[in-house]
Design a protein around this ligand. Structure first.
Ligand code: GDD
Length: 317
């Protein structure tokens, strides 16, 4: 089976590679931008084929698709940090929407028929009403960030290409996922990174935070990638599936848990730069539809995930 991954050097892409390397008869091809760091995939680079390209460039995507002729595609490449999307809305919308269009048009124009996974997001739900919780796939999409809007468009484009051209597209809406290799701007890594710096006395014992009142539904990235794989194994083309733990946790509790794991004494300071113009207050997902279809359930407890992230940063500093 020839599997193409866009965004292979990213956090999710690297963990998906780890998983696919445990499967028999899977050949992995990854799209890499010429300037992308390869640190996340250094340990497995010799076991996969890296192809230089960029989802924003239709010519490069067509050439890659022509060469690989994949049986399956995991489309993970995207601008994924929500806060940046208010600062660079054009870049985020263009990368995420046009990037996916280049991929789908490439597949269509070459007459290929791969199974395609589109990685949507719980950010698509945006402004959630209390009666909507936990969020089902039918809950209205009311995104509150340019990033959320870009993911809604990716999601709907996936649906439209399935309907219009019969392309075998399966969409997932992944709730927050984290683990080792998470970029330092995302909340769990952001806190763990600062804590490790404090442990090594590199910075004063002050943690700078954003909105601690937000509630998110976290899954370990390794469980999430198992979900992505199962989505193509067992999912129905044209369908969309939530992948979530079903449990909400306040960001303040995430910080408390990391501090407890470390044992450092710190002062907590709000950083206005980390506040968002409209932060999604609460996201808790209902993933029954996916669990029933695929048999997926999360296995790694959140405390282990946090411990692993902390260890990841400790090794790096
Ligand atoms: N990054 C960050 N840093 N977030 C903070 C901080 C901080 O110091 N303090 C509080 N937060 C809050 C944010 O305001 C947000 O409510 C929550 O912590 C999580 O922030 P992120 O880790 O940046 O993730 P996200 O929820 O915005 O988006 C992530 O999850 C989506 C799925 O719901 C990303 O991975 C997206 O790409 C993904 O689609």
């Amino acid at each position: 089976m020839r599997v193409l991954i866009t965004g292979v050097t990213g956090f999710a892409g690297s963990h998906l590679c780890d998983l696919l390397l445990t499967k028999e008869d899977v050949e992995i091809f990854g799209v890499k931008r010429w300037r992308s760091q390869t640190e996340n995939i250094e340990h497995l680079q010799s076991k996969i084929t890296l192809l230089e390209g960029d989802i924003r460039d239709s010519t490069s995507m067509r050439e890659i698709l022509k060469k690989v002729r994949p049986d399956r595609i995991f489309h993970l490449a995207a601008q994924s940090f929500v806060l940046t999307s208010w600062k660079l809305p054009m870049e985020v919308l263009e990368t995420n929407i046009m990037g996916q269009l280049n991929l789908l048009e490439g597949v269509r124009s070459l007459g290929l028929d791969p199974l395609i996974h589109i990685a949507g997001s719980s950010e698509e739900y945006g402004l959630v009403q209390p009666e909507d919780l936990p969020l089902k796939e039918e809950t209205p999409l009311r995104p509150l960030s340019p990033y959320g809007v870009s993911k809604v468009v990716q999601d709907l484009l996936g649906f439209q290409y399935f309907k219009s051209y019969g392309m075998r597209i399966i969409r997932t809406r992944g709730f927050n996922h984290t683990g080792p290799r998470r970029g330092s701007v995302f909340v769990t890594s952001d806190f763990a990174h600062q804590i490790s710096l404090i442990e090594k006395k590199r910075i004063k014992p002050v943690i700078r935070v954003g909105n601690l009142e937000a509630v998110r539904d976290f899954t370990d990235v390794r469980d999430m990638m198992r979900g992505y794989w199962l989505a193509l194994e067992k999912g129905e083309p044209g369908e969309v599936y939530n992948i979530a733990s079903g449990k909400g946790i306040k960001i303040r509790e995430v910080l408390d848990c990391l501090l407890k794991l470390s044992g450092v004494e710190v002062k907590i300071e709000e950083d206005p730069e980390k506040m968002r113009p409209s932060d999604v207050p609460i996201l808790i997902g209902d993933s029954h539809k996916f669990r029933e279809k695929s048999g997926w359930r999360p296995e790694i407890p959140f405390e282990k995930t946090l411990r692993d992230i902390l260890d990841y940063w400790r090794e790096r500093i």
